[in-house]
Design a protein around this ligand. Structure first.
Ligand code: C5P
Length: 328
């Protein structure tokens, strides 16, 4: 329970996976150009924001003393890996939005995590996106979608997609989004690890691998994105399974060779295909249908190749207010 002044606004925000992730060369600004197909899955974090402003008295929680706390059951990994200081992405989102709104970030942010931390499913970005939507509601800002998406893109590459949800084609750093036609549901098994991988380190490892690539042992790149978009539109899991691809996978596997076993085990358990999610180490497995995903999850959880498994489906909508919206 968040302790502060006034009723909280709570937002539910999904994890993402990348069905296709083509990574270009390192840019001068330290980022890489991407062509990616995001899909939002029904693994959600919940973000609650509450005002610390009482009218007469402002509880002095400002940029120097961020009001971020973890709610619910908190694992050791979450405690170890989620910064509760000014570097927390949700707090940075609050500060960025407060600046646009011309006000103080006089709020407390509570985060209830289900999305793996440092897992390649954009959990930190989801929390930032959830904070943006929750504060837009709490502060009754009339920003418009475009402006909110711009703030999101400034906060992090994946934040805009967490607001957007569904399935989308991402370009640039991943923040330029175009919705992808996807009326069909795909069924996934998500294999979570007991450790994280740092996104910048995985991008750096890909640069290193590419710099040592030779014609005899090249670092392969994923193919064109168009067939992936067609497979998504067709709703045929078997077609999509043949096309799942992630340029960061080689780098994630190089840093964490055990992922090879995880990927093999998922397919051996009956999945159509598996791929590292984003920068990893989470692996996701596409299954033929819901019952098949349940069977694959059961078998994979006994294979000793991951910490835990989840059955999931996508696409699902992006960040949504689930409680405290005065307009509802
Ligand atoms: O934008 P975000 O803060 O989420 O990115 C985290 C890190 O991931 C960046 O600092 C960069 O090292 C890497 N990255 C990248 N190219 C992208 C997105 C992220 O190199 N398009």
């Amino acid at each position: 329970m968040l302790s502060a002044v006034g009723p909280p606004v709570t937002v539910r925000v999904p994890a993402k996976i990348n069905l296709h992730l083509a990574v270009g060369d390192l840019r001068a600004d330290g980022y890489h150009d991407l062509v990616t197909v995001f899909q939002a899955l029904n693994l959600f974090d919940e973000i609650s924001v509450v005002s610390t402003h009482t009218g007469r008295h402002v509880d002095r929680i400002g940029p120097g003393a961020p009001g971020v706390e973890l709610l619910g059951e908190v694992t050791d990994a979450q405690r170890a890996e989620i910064p509760l200081d000014a570097s927390n992405l949700a707090w940075r989102a609050a500060v960025a939005l407060a600046e646009v709104a011309g006000r103080e970030p006089d709020v407390r942010i509570g985060i209830r995590k289900s999305i793996p931390v440092a897992g390649g499913m954009a959990g930190g970005s989801a929390d930032a996106a959830g904070t943006l939507l929750a504060l837009t509601t709490l502060w009754r800002l009339d920003l418009g979608r475009e402006a909110l998406m711009e703030v999101a893109a400034d906060v992090g590459s994946d934040v805009a997609f967490a607001l957007h949800g569904g399935t989308a084609l991402g370009t640039g750093r991943g923040e330029n989004l175009v919705p992808v036609l996807s009326r069909h549901t795909f069924h996934w098994v998500v294999a979570l690890q007991d450790h994280g991988l740092s996104t910048p380190a995985v991008f750096g490892e890909l640069d290193r691998l590419r710099s040592t690539s030779t014609p005899e042992s090249p670092v392969k790149r994923v193919g064109d994105v168009e067939p992936v978009l067609e497979a998504v539109a067709s709703g045929e899991a078997r077609s999509l399974a043949l096309l799942l691809g992630n340029d960061l996978q080689a780098a994630a596997v190089s840093m964490d060779p055990g992922l090879r076993r995880t990927l093999r085990a998922g397919v051996a358990a009956g999945a159509l295909a598996g791929v590292v999610s984003g920068s990893g180490p989470t692996c996701v497995f596409l299954c033929a249908d819901g019952p098949s995903a349940v069977r694959v999850a059961a078998e994979l959880s006994g294979a000793g190749v991951c910490r835990t498994v989840r059955v999931a489906h996508g696409p699902v909508p992006g960040a949504r207010v689930i409680d405290g919206d005065p307009a509802r």
